[in-house]
Design a protein around this ligand. Structure first.
Ligand code: HEM
Length: 420
């Protein structure tokens, strides 16, 4: 049986000017390690050429520059969009109405209220439920011997946690899962614009209805928090409520899924690390951080320069699109010792997978708990895991990882299933 999931050919860094980083196929079908290395060492502030109607944009690849942009929301705003797709097509329609694409005081006000739902204490019941459901999903899937880890396990964990948070009824969750996949990437090759827009609209309509219900009858969930009057001197507008529900759903589902799937892929490809995890030589906490660095599910973030400025000798004009590539920063050799090595015991792991600064991921604690629950579960249940068929990558310039990962598993003879 194969010991690596389909390896992707390395892209030649000498062909830099011909590589379109906005093209989902470039990321899905190629290994960009050498390209990122060249950019970090030779062109850390690189002007990506325009392409047809799409304008050019800046590409930042070093850890220090990526962190600096994340820290500086005043000079690098998210208010016109925070991913390439929206920035290259005229801006985000939710700008100023959704946390990730709002800056300044309005961002702080909404974030302060939402944070109430994301403290370790508030999340405790959600995380208990994540642990129970992860255990039971793993038991069912691994117990069969063969499974698609992506569809049978990972697809169900983050969406259930977010639906718990938002108060989405169990009967609607399958529908919501299908829509989130369609809205962000594509599990089945290149997404069409019509597919993604229609899925996004359906999600927005769904949450508009849920918000109406919660206004009439508040419950103990995030939608009720968003329709409450906790926002200083005002209530959130209906659009702000709906866009923030949307952002929690899309921000928290696929990223976390891709990390879990990537964790299992990496454990199969690195038997030494799998042995270290099983023996307890590495902690679940450090393993989780390395999984986040290694998988880097969100490849980049985007910003717009609010003034003319000089960066590493390059002149950036007000209004220019500036992209920061976590995919590269997380492999920066000036920050990480042996960055191309998957090392679950890595210490001082300053990965930027959850970004940095004002927009630092709101769901980081939850995502870490979910990935940790998967690592604990496979460690307790599996003796060995192997690839059992072709995997499938997501097609996206923003998300990275596998949407399909068939594996076969030999259970640990000492493992005793719990009744669930
Ligand atoms: C491995 C999983 C995850 C990754 C890699 C991830 C990554 C990120 C990144 C890179 C940002 C910053 C975007 C920017 O600055 O433009 C972000 C922000 C955000 N994330 Fe996550 N995320 C994950 C899980 C979650 C979860 C589970 C939730 C919620 C349930 C969530 C909700 C959010 C929200 C609401 C923001 C916007 C925060 C703000 O603008 O203040 N994320 N995330």
């Amino acid at each position: 049986m194969a010991t690596t999931a389909a390896a992707r050919p390395l892209l030649d860094p000498d062909a830099l000017e011909t590589i379109d980083l906005a093209d989902p196929g470039v990321h899905a079908e190629h290994d960009l390690t050498a390209v990122w290395h060249r950019l970090r060492t030779e062109q850390p502030v690189y002007r990506h050429p325009e392409n047809g109607d799409a304008p050019g944009f800046w590409v930042l690849s070093r850890h220090a520059d990526v962190s600096a942009v994340y820290r500086d929301s005043a000079r690098f705003t998210s208010e016109r969009g925070n991913v390439l797709d929206t920035l290259l097509t005229g801006g985000d329609s939710a700008a100023g109405r959704m946390l990730a694409v709002t800056d300044g005081a309005p961002h702080r006000d909404v974030r302060t209220v939402l944070l109430k739902a994301f403290t370790p204490r508030a999340l405790a019941p959600v995380i208990d439920s994540v642990r129970r459901s992860t255990q039971s999903l793993l038991q069912d899937a691994l117990g069969r011997g063969d499974c698609d880890f992506a569809a049978d396990v990972a697809a169900n964990i983050p969406i259930a946690a977010i639906c718990d948070l938002l108060g989405v009824p169990a009967s609607d969750r399958g529908h919501i899962l299908g829509l989130t996949s369609a809205a962000l990437g594509s599990d089945h090759g290149m997404p069409t614009e019509a597919d993604t827009w229609s899925a996004k609209n359906e999600i927005l309509l769904y949450f508009a209805e849920l918000a109406r219900d919660r206004r009439e009858k508040p419950l103990d969930d995030v939608v009720s928090l968003l329709v409450s009057d906790d926002f200083g001197d005002r209530q959130l507008h209906r659009d702000e409520v709906v866009f923030n529900c949307y952002s929690l759903l899309l921000g928290g589902d696929e990223t976390t899924r891709l990390s879990m799937i990537g964790a299992v892929q990496a454990l199969i490809e690195h038997p030494g690390q799998w042995a270290a995890l099983r023996s307890g030589a590495v902690s679940i906490e450090s393993a989780t951080e390395e999984v986040l660095r290694w998988t880097t599910p969100a490849l980049h973030s985007g910003r717009t320069a609010t003034e003319d400025l000089l960066l590493e000798g390059e002149f950036i004009e007000e209004g220019d699109v500036v992209t920061v590539w976590t995919a590269s920063a997380n492999r920066d050799e000036t920050v990480f010792e042996r960055p191309e090595v998957f090392d679950l015991g890595r210490t001082g792991n300053r990965h930027l997978s959850f970004a940095y600064g004002a927009h630092f991921c709101l769901g980081a604690y939850l995502a870490r708990a979910e990935i940790g629950a998967v690592l604990e579960g496979v460690r307790a249940m599996a003796r060995s895991m192997e690839f059992a068929g072709p995997s499938q990558r997501v097609y996206s310039n923003f998300l990275s990882g596998l949407s399909r990962l068939p594996i076969s598993v030999t259970l640990d003879p000492g493992y005793r299933p719990s009744a669930s």
